[in-house]
Ligand binder design. Structure first.
Ligand code: SIN
Ligand code: MN
Length: 200
């Protein structure tokens, strides 16, 4: 395990060993069963290439009218609870008493990517964002807090955890592409990213 800092992003390489990665995947199965993945439509009408769902009191959601947090899955029921093992990662890396109230689960299939964006649908940016990578490698792009600033990339591997806090909390970031089937954690390939946030 090692920690590096790039553009204010704290990158914990190899934070989760293989056993913990596998245990997390088992924790995610019941979430995916009760709150299945969906592809949100975004303002402008396109569909995101990433499929997603959430755990916690709030789930991140998008449709033609904009981006927001929702108390229910689009199929109508509340979101499942955030697994304890996920909360433990938050506590360890942030040292905060306050727990996250949202865990977004992004699934990247072969051709999925996520454009540069800021995480800014939350009420209080003094809380950091913690982002956990599982499965295939993803090329993570990190920028500044302004659109059009310089960017750097790093490959995130299964078990890496990124903390975006302090001055980097509003930095632009995205995922250019994944290396499909570079990991054997998920039998059918793909990348899962868990993003923990304090919403309210
Ligand atoms: C996100 O910013 O929502 C996802 C980042 C990632 O997949 O690593
Ligand atoms: Mn984000």
């Amino acid at each position: 395990m090692s920690m590096l800092r790039l553009r204010g992003f704290e990158i914990h390489k190899g934070y989760l060993d293989q056993a913990r990665q596998r245990a997390l995947i088992e924790d995610l199965r019941p979430i995916l069963r009760s709150a299945p993945l969906f592809s949100p439509t975004i303002p402008g009408g396109g569909k995101m290439s990433v499929r997603m769902t959430s755990a916690g009191d709030f789930g991140w959601f998008a449709d033609e009218t904009g981006y927001r947090y929702a108390e229910d899955h689009p199929k109508g029921r509340g979101w499942p609870a955030i697994p304890e093992a996920v909360l433990a990662i938050w506590r360890d890396l942030t040292g905060l008493e306050r727990q996250p109230d949202s865990c977004l689960l992004n699934y990247y299939g072969q051709d999925a990517k996520m454009g540069l964006h800021q995480d800014k649908d939350e009420a209080d940016f003094s809380f950091p964002v913690v982002s956990i990578s599982l499965g295939d490698d993803g090329m993570f792009r990190m920028g500044e807090a302004r659109r059009g600033g310089k960017t750097d990339t790093i490959w995130l591997n299964s078990g890496d955890v990124v903390v975006m806090g302090g001055a980097a909390r509003l930095n632009y970031h995205g995922v250019d592409r994944i290396r499909f089937q570079s990991s054997r954690l998920l039998p059918k390939g793909g990348r899962i990213n868990l993003t923990l946030r304090v919403v309210t």
